[in-house]
Design a protein around this ligand. Structure first.
Ligand code: FNR
Length: 203
């Protein structure tokens, strides 16, 4: 696999985030051709259309990071059966100003963990609607709803359970292959690559 730049979002601001632990495991288990850079969300102001006329540096940096990535991976908790506010705010920043949606045609993957049995499944379901609206192709399978077991995950991405390690490694291999497929489809010469409105969203 050639090298691909993957920007990743951790949807938690917690200093003891289990999703950050999961992100370290995923990076450790990813195929050699993927290079990871976190896209930070902590210091973003709350998005308002009032910013559109002069995007602040934090918002512009996020857009630049997304646009410079070959693929985007979201690793997020579920808050009240939905997307944590800090992560949704970051996505709103990347989607605007209108006509400059940074996520358009960007290959994406979603994964998350919680101590509960459904492992962020409801959050991921609503997240998929957001990515569809953003015209961001998403890895459909395997789905990854991870019930967190603190005995399995080390602080530096170690995974002590062989079954979990195999599953996470497979998820990352499939994500890497998906990124390659979407990049190939996005390459010049394919149907639709000349479409002038490809990055616009409904108002
Ligand atoms: C939660 N948690 C939670 N868990 C879950 O499985 N479904 C849910 O809807 C929620 N809702 C929720 C709301 C809020 C505001 C908090 C703070 C927590 C529990 C959550 O899974 C747990 O705190 C995880 O540790 C969060 O992940 P990070 O932040 O540790 O990565």
């Amino acid at each position: 696999m050639p090298t691909h730049k993957i920007g990743y979002f951790v949807g938690s601001l917690s200093s003891v985030s289990i999703n950050r632990k999961l992100s370290k495991a995923l990076i450790r288990l990813a195929p050699a051709g993927l290079e990871f850079t976190e896209i930070p969300i902590r210091d973003l102001p709350l998005y308002s259309p009032d910013f559109d006329a002069a995007y602040p540096p934090e918002g512009q940096a996020l857009k630049t990071a997304v646009e410079g990535s070959d693929g985007i991976l979201f690793i997020s908790p579920e808050y009240n059966r939905s997307i944590p506010g800090a992560l949704k705010n970051a996505i709103d920043w990347g989607s605007r100003p209108w006509g400059t949606n940074s996520f358009a045609r960007k290959p994406t993957g979603i994964i998350g963990t919680s101590p509960g049995g459904i492992g962020t499944a409801v959050m991921q379901s609503s997240f998929r609607s957001v990515l569809s609206f953003l015209d961001a192709p998403q890895l459909n399978a395997p789905e990854a709803y991870i019930r967190f077991d603190p005995a399995i995950y080390g602080d530096d991405g170690e995974v002590s359970d062989p079954g979990t390690e195999t599953f996470l490694r497979h998820f990352m291999e499939e994500f890497g292959a998906f990124v390659e497929r979407v990049l190939a489809a996005n390459a010049p010469g394919h149907i639709g690559d000349e479409h002038p409105d490809e990055r616009k969203l409904d108002r």
